[in-house]
Design a protein around this ligand. Structure first.
Ligand SMILES: Cc1ncc(COP(=O)(O)O)c(C=O)c1O
Length: 429
C-alpha cells in the first residue's frame, strides 16, 4: 500500500527532516510527548481558512455548525472569521454565549427543543430559531405570552431528497424525523401558522438534506425542489444547511466549499430564488484540520487470521467507525512517506469487539509497540461525540499555529469523572 495521501493532512502539515510530521511548525512526536496521547491536534490556520472560504462563498449569513466540533476556542474562532454559529441544544447555546458570540449571531436548531432551551434562546435574543415541529410553535407562543420577545424564525422543510449517504446521516428523506414534509403539505401549514402568529416573525425556509454528501447534484435537487415553495411563501431567506462531504481515505475526493457554494448559488439562480442564501457547514470546516495521535500499546498476531494493533483511545474519541462504519487511514508521524504494506485491524482499548478505528488499516512494516500512530481527518464529530465509556478520560484538544501549541481543552481528569457521584469521599488515587 502507498504512503499516506498528503491531501488528507491539514494545510499546515509538512514532512520535514527524517521524514517526520510537523503541523503548523510543531513536531507531531513532540506534541505527543508534551501533551500525552490520545491527543487531538488542530491546525488553527486551516480552520480559519475554511471559515473564510465559507464566508467568501456564501456571504455573511453562513453559520458554522457547532455540533461538528465545539469548544469555546472554536466558537470564538468561527465568530472572529465572520461566521454565525448554528447551535442545536441548550448546551451548545451556552457554550457559544460563554465564548462571547453575540446572541444575534446564533441560530438555534433542534428537533425537540425544550421549553427551557427555547426560553434561553428568547431571553438572550438568538438571531434565528429554526422551527422543527408544531409542538415547538406551541411552546414559543406560550413563552411569548409570558412576555418574552417574539423570535425571528425559519421553518425547517424536509424536501424529500434521499441523499446517497449513510442511513444515519440522511435527514431529508420523506420518513426523516426532521422538519416539515414538503410533499405532505406540512411545510405549507407550518409557514402559514408562523406567518399568522404574533409570537414569531417568519423569515424563511431551511433544509438540511444530510451529511457527508459528496455529490453536489443532491444540493441542486434540493434547491430546485424547494424553489417554487420559497417563492410561494415569499421567504426572504433560504438556508441550505450543511452536509458537504470530506475525503477520509485514500482515493476519495470531495468538492471544495467554494465549489459547493458556487453550485448552490447557480441552482438558486436557475430556480429563480431571490431569497438570501444561507448555509451551515460543519464537517467541511473542521474535519481535515485535525489529526489524532495515539500510542500503540499492544500488537496481537492471530496466526493466519489477522493482526490487531491496539491504541490508547478508541470509540470514546472516535465513535464514527462504530456508528457509521466510517473509514480512516493511519500512518506513523516518524516515517510519513513510508510504504504501508502491512494490513492490520486498528482497535481501541474498550471492552467492545466493535471498538474498531480502522477495519483494514495499511501500516508500515516496522510499526511496533510504543509508536505514535496518527489518524488524519479526525476534526469533526470525534471530540464532539466522544464519551467516557469504560471510565476513560477524554483527550485534550491542542491548537497549533506558527510553531506554538496551546491547549484549548485540557485532558479530562479522574476527578472530572467522579465529580457527579454523590456521597463519595475525595479520591486519594
Ligand atoms: C441542521 C444541520 N445543519 C448543519 C449540519 C452540519 O452538517 P455537516 O457537518 O455535515 O456539514 C447538520 C448536521 O447534522 C445539521 O443537522
Amino acid at each position: 500500500m502507498r504512503p499516506i495521501d498528503p491531501g488528507l493532512l491539514p494545510d499546515g502539515a509538512v514532512i520535514g527532516s527524517e521524514d517526520r510530521l510537523s503541523i503548523a511548525g510543531c513536531q507531531a512526536l513532540e506534541l505527543a510527548t508534551e501533551f500525552g496521547t490520545p491527543l487531538f491536534v488542530y491546525d488553527e490556520d486551516h480552520l480559519r481558512a475554511r471559515c473564510r472560504e465559507a464566508v467568501a462563498g456564501f456571504g455573511d449569513g453562513v453559520a458554522y455548525a457547532a455540533k461538528a466540533f465545539l469548544c469555546t476556542a472554536m466558537a470564538r474562532l468561527a465568530h472572529e472569521e465572520g461566521m454565525q454559529l448554528d447551535v442545536a441544544t441548550g448546551g451548545e447555546l451556552r457554550m457559544a454565549l460563554l465564548a462571547d458570540v453575540p446572541p444575534d449571531r446564533l441560530i438555534l436548531h433542534g428537533n425537540n427543543k425544550s421549553i427551557a432551551e427555547l426560553r434561553l434562546g428568547l431571553e438572550v435574543g438568538v438571531g434565528r430559531i429554526v422551527i422543527d415541529s408544531f409542538d415547538e410553535m406551541d411552546r414559543i407562543e406560550g413563552l411569548v405570552a409570558e412576555g418574552l420577545p417574539p423570535p425571528t424564525v425559519l421553518i425547517r422543510v424536509n424536501p424529500g431528497i434521499d441523499a446517497h449517504t449513510h442511513e444515519y446521516l440522511r435527514t431529508g428523506a420523506v420518513d426523516s424525523k426532521f422538519g416539515f414534509g414538503l410533499a405532505a403539505g406540512a411545510a405549507a401549514q407550518a409557514v402559514e401558522r408562523a406567518s399568522r402568529s404574533p409570537a414569531m416573525h417568519f423569515k424563511g425556509v431551511h433544509a438540511h438534506i444530510g451529511s457527508q454528501v459528496f455529490e453536489t447534484s443532491f444540493f441542486e435537487r434540493a434547491v430546485s425542489t424547494l424553489g417554487p415553495f420559497v417563492g410561494l411563501v415569499e421567504a426572504e431567506e433560504l438556508s441550505i444547511g450543511g452536509g458537504l462531504g470530506v475525503a477520509y481515505v485514500d482515493g476519495e475526493s470531495a468538492p471544495t466549499i467554494t465549489e459547493w457554494a458556487a453550485t448552490v448559488r447557480a441552482a438558486c439562480s436557475a430556480a429563480g430564488i431571490e431569497a438570501r442564501l444561507l448555509a451551515e457547514p460543519g464537517r467541511s470546516i473542521v474535519a481535515a484540520a485535525a489529526v489524532t495521535l495515539y500510542t500503540v500499546g499492544t500488537i496481537k498476531e492471530l496466526a493466519g487470521v489477522r493482526t490487531y494493533v491496539a491504541v490508547d483511545g478508541g470509540m470514546s474519541d472516535n465513535p464514527r467507525p462504530v456508528l457509521y462504519g466510517s473509514g480512516y487511514e493511519a500512518f506513523l508521524p516518524r516515517a510519513v512517506t513510508a510504504e504501508r504494506p502491512r494490513m492490520v485491524r486498528i482497535v481501541g482499548k474498550h471492552c467492545e469487539s466493535g471498538d474498531v478505528i480502522i477495519r483494514n488499516g495499511a501500516v508500515p512494516a516496522d510499526l511496533e509497540v510504543g509508536d505514535v500512530l496518527c489518524t488524519p481527518v479526525t476534526g469533526a464529530y470525534g471530540h464532539a461525540m466522544g464519551s467516557n465509556y469504560n471510565m476513560v478520560r477524554r483527550p485534550p484538544v491542542v491548537f497549533v499555529r506558527d510553531g506554538k501549541a496551546r491547549v484549548v481543552v485540557r485532558r479530562e481528569t479522574y476527578e472530572d469523572l467522579f465529580a457527579r457521584d454523590e456521597g463519595v469521599p475525595e479520591p486519594e488515587f
